[in-house]
Design a protein around this ligand. Structure first.
Ligand code: ADP
Ligand code: MG
Length: 449
């Protein structure tokens, strides 16, 4: 990767990795609204939305974050989290402070459990939601509910598989109702479960009930995760009854239709079926392009329409995947200094959707074969031109497959990561001047050999 890669690009690429490494709710809650702020040779500064988020990331995910940044930058070993420019979010936390900080965390979360305090992702609004045949029913129902909560469809049940915009709609609805003065609470079913469990443990059931029964709009996301949790389901059942009887609005999102929730309390299921159930399905091609266009507006450089169309047609299913592909295409283009092109998109989509099972040894022997040398020579120390070149290509392919530089080094006679990063940069430089090398790399990557 070039030294010039910006903090923004590095962090976007690191987020791309983290997105596939951590559970989705974790990513959504803690990582999504963070930004690469600045960098030097070995440190990346990342801006996070609050000290609370900083603390959470620092205590629970810090090594994962540092690893991801190191893997994509090939160089940076330290990450600092800030809330505002230049202000460290918190003092660096030592491992033996973990317990103390966990206690602090539960304090803070207790404070944010005030019903009026649900905050919404400012990017998830009705305005930024692209409407198409796959989601218009869900969109209009959510909009209608936000206009007249409690009086239209109660509950509103939105279902569809992951990454299709359910959480986006819930946030849009919640934020609009809150802006209009309603007491709104948004929780994932995991949060609901945790709060319920904690209330039992700490004998704070009254506070739990107050918190939930004093709201006018309750949004519960990913309700399928309540499956099998009888006690929590029953708490939700009672909350539901109370809110519903007062004409307070309930909105639920799940990855499947209500009938398919198992094991699930039948009484609760029948309540969830009282109102309106709407499905979001996979967007058609035109909607995908429109979503990508909207996303591309946030990019610093214009993205050719042909690239957006290529990504839209390349077989991703969810909207999240589409956006992830576009982010990665932009990041790779910045790293390599090549303009955003269909070739880059092809490279990214391939590593994303195909050939996940390929082992490093497969890649090594394929490259060796391609250049007419033996895998042993490729992994050895010989420095003649062909062998060195083939080795650089093999390293690049492994890197594009997501392997870290250190790890790649281990496959090539324990070379260190600086050597590996240098080799990869060399071959990227060469390939930017040499279309036939670009083709070879692509065809090796495609599994065409
Ligand atoms: P879900 O909750 O269904 O898994 P999300 O609401 O988290 O999915 O959506 C995943 C990503 O896709 C989010 O960044 C969201 O903004 C985006 N997205 C989904 N559908 C649309 C849409 N119709 N228009 C614009 N962005 C969308
Ligand atoms: Mg969601």
């Amino acid at each position: 990767m070039s030294l010039a890669a910006s903090a923004h690009a590095i962090w976007e690429a690191a987020l791309g990795r983290l997105q596939v490494q951590v559970p989705r709710p974790t990513y959504e809650t803690w990582l999504k609204d963070t930004q690469g702020e600045s960098r030097d040779d070995n440190q990346l500064v990342v801006r996070v939305p609050s000290a609370f988020v900083a603390e959470w990331l620092q205590t629970r995910m810090f090594s994962l974050i540092t690893d991801a940044v190191h893997a994509v930058s090939g160089q940076i070993t330290q990450v600092e989290l800030i809330v505002r420019d230049g202000v460290p979010a918190i003092d660096p936390i030592q491992n033996n402070d973990l317990l103390e900080s966990a206690a602090k965390y539960s304090d803070i979360s207790a404070r944010t459990q005030n019903p009026s305090e649900s905050t919404f992702n400012p990017r998830y609004t009705f305005d930024t939601f692209v409407i198409g045949p796959s989601n218009n029913l869900a969109f209009y129902s959510a909009f209608a509910v936000s206009d007249s909560p409690g009086n239209t469809y109660n509950p509103l049940y939105i279902h569809g598989s992951v990454g299709l915009g359910k959480t986006h709609l819930l946030h849009a609805l919640g934020a609009k109702a809150k802006a209009e003065g309603l007491r709104v609470r948004y929780v994932t079913s995991e949060q609901f479960t945790n709060e319920f469990t904690k209330a039992i443990r700490d004998r704070e059931m009254d506070a739990f009930h107050d918190r939930y029964r004093s709201v006018q709009l309750l949004l519960i996301d990913d309700v399928q995760f309540l499956a099998g949790k009888d006690g929590t389901q029953s708490a939700f059942f009672h909350t539901f009854n109370e809110l519903h009887s007062k004409n307070c609005q309930i909105v639920v999102a799940a990855d499947r239709p209500c009938a398919n929730l198992v094991p699930f309390n039948d009484r609760l299921k029948s309540r969830l079926e009282w109102g309106l159930s709407v499905e979001i399905t996979e967007p058609d091609y035109e909607t995908k392009v429109a979503i990508l266009e909207k996303h591309a507006l946030r990019a610093s450089t214009p993205i050719p329409a042909s690239v957006l169309e290529y990504i839209a047609s390349a077989g991703s299913t969810g909207v999240r995947q589409l956006e992830g592909s576009l982010n990665k295409v932009m990041a790779l283009s910045q790293f390599s200094g090549e303009p955003v092109s269909q070739a880059i998109a092809a490279r990214i989509l391939r590593t994303q959707y195909e050939d996940r099972a390929r082992t490093p040894e497969d890649t090594i022997s394929k490259v060796a074969n391609f250049y007419g040398i033996s895998p042993r020579e490729l992994k050895g120390v010989a420095r003649n031109k062909t062998v060195s070149h083939a080795r650089q290509v093999a390293m690049l392919l492994l890197r594009q497959g997501g392997m870290r530089a250190e790890e790649i080094g281990l496959h090539f006679g324990k070379r260190d990561r600086t050597t590996v990063s240098y080799a990869i940069q060399r071959v990227l430089d060469k390939s930017s001047q040499d279309p036939s090398l670009q083709k070879s790399i692509e065809s090796l990557n495609n599994g065409e050999n």
